[in-house]
Design a protein around this ligand. Structure first.
Ligand SMILES: Cc1ncc(COP(=O)(O)O)c(C=O)c1O
Length: 395
């Protein structure tokens, strides 16, 4: 057992690494950016692209029909949803947008959100606020830096038309109490949208448990899928009466000269043209993650991150910045006298991948904490204790 109580050895790490060719080249602590694809996912994408070039792309898609159908079953199983509640969309931002821009706001309507909301979401709030006169209100944080559920409860009134919260932010190990927020939203009858982009794949995410109406995610981060593919969950009952901001001939059918009918399922949020290979790769990535077991992935990834956090805390001149009580697989820090971008570059020269998170991604939180940039090291289950030691030595 690790110092956090997590059992780090519940997975066959040697097999996970053997199935991850990138492990031979780099210490990849950028799993929140884009994880290293495991071989079965890469093979799925490559084989479909190869089929496209061999027999024609439409023809290849025809052959892949049943596998494409199973992608919805896989995502539904991962999220505890029904397959008709899942849309596969080119990225998490667009998935989130399709949900958010489907909602209607009048002047004075209130949108409650988290102080760690992702820039793209917040820019959309600002645009809609400008267009409609809706008001954006960040929910205050508690003493640990989590969204305060108590403060949220006090903010509820009939003018609140949406609660939109980021589960795990782009800029740190914080895990917001998304489930408790769901209970408030349900009691108050307010639509609830979760950005779970950084959460899915590193921890259990169950839409029933979270009690949300809409939830967005992406393929390339902790799910270890390909780039350029994401997904949206929309609850069946909530979907009725929700018309996407854009419709095409996949989302709707042109049934008469002046009439169209919107699809009954969540695929109304998709478009007709899409990257078939990436979609198949996403399905494979979900199956692959579930093959390891999300609980086992969660235990190990969070346990390793706790180990790294502890080592960094003991390092002179290093400050760890992760907020919250339970902390996830994302570790953020700064080092006195060193520019985060410079740290990233010198680690890169040693074959270690991290990224830098800056104010422009999560302005409210960064400004509040007086931060402009932090190094972000994001760990996954295929990383090792030895890699953490090498990382600390390099730092
Ligand atoms: C919290 C959060 N939401 C949304 C996104 C956007 O995801 P995508 O790039 O797939 O659109 C990110 C990406 O970093 C993120 O960290």
């Amino acid at each position: 057992m690790s110092e956090t109580g997590a059992d780090l050895q519940t997975l066959d790490v040697a097999r996970a690494r053997e199935e991850t060719p990138g492990c031979a080249n780099v210490i990849h602590f950028n799993n929140a950016g884009a994880s290293l694809m495991p071989r079965p996912v890469f093979d799925t994408v490559r084989e479909h692209l190869s089929l496209e070039s061999t027999i024609g792309a439409y023809e290849a898609e025809d052959r892949a029909q049943s596998a494409l159908g199973r992608v919805y079953d896989s995502l539904a199983a991962l999220l505890g949803a029904h397959r008709d509640e899942i849309a596969v969309i080119e990225n998490a931002t667009h998935a989130w947008d399709m949900a958010f821009y489907s909602l209607h706001f009048d002047p004075g309507d209130r949108i409650l959100t988290s102080s760690v909301e992702y820039a793209s979401n917040y820019i959309s709030f600002l645009q809609v606020a400008r267009r409609t006169g809706a008001i954006i209100e960040p929910i205050p944080s508690d003493a640990y830096g989590r969204l305060s559920v108590e403060a949220l409860e006090e903010m509820i009134d009939p003018r609140v038309k949406l609660i939109a919260v980021t589960y795990v932010p782009t800029n740190g190990g914080l895990v917001n109490p998304a489930r408790a927020v769901g209970a408030v939203a349900r009691r108050s009858g307010i639509p609830y949208l979760i950005d779970a982009c950084q959460a899915v794949g590193q921890m259990p995410v169950d839409v029933g448990d979270l009690d949300c109406d809409m939830l967005s995610g992406t393929g390339r981060k902790f799910l270890r899928g390909p780039r350029g593919i994401g997904f949206l969950y929309v609850k069946r009952e909530f979907m009725e009466g929700l018309e996407p901001p854009f419709l095409d001939m996949h989302a709707a059918t042109w049934v008469a000269r002046d009439k169209y009918e919107v699809r009954p399922d969540a695929r109304r949020f998709e478009n007709w043209e899409y990257n078939v290979a990436s979609k198949l790769g996403l399905g494979k990535a979900v199956d692959y993650a579930m093959g390891w077991g999300i609980e086992a992935i969660w235990q190990r990834a969070w346990g390793l991150a706790a180990m790294l956090r502890r080592a960094l805390t003991e390092m002179p001149g290093v400050t760890v910045h992760d907020l919250g009580v339970e902390k996830c697989a994302i570790v953020t820090f700064t080092k006195k006298g060193r520019d985060p971008e410079g740290i990233k570059n010198s680690l890169s020269e040693k074959g270690i991948n991290v990224t830098v998170t800056t104010t422009t991604s999560t302005r409210l939180d960064m400004d509040e904490r007086g931060l402009t940039a932090m190094v972000r090291a994001s760990i996954h289950y295929y990383n090792t204790e030895e890699e953490i030691e090498r990382f600390c030595a390099a730092l």
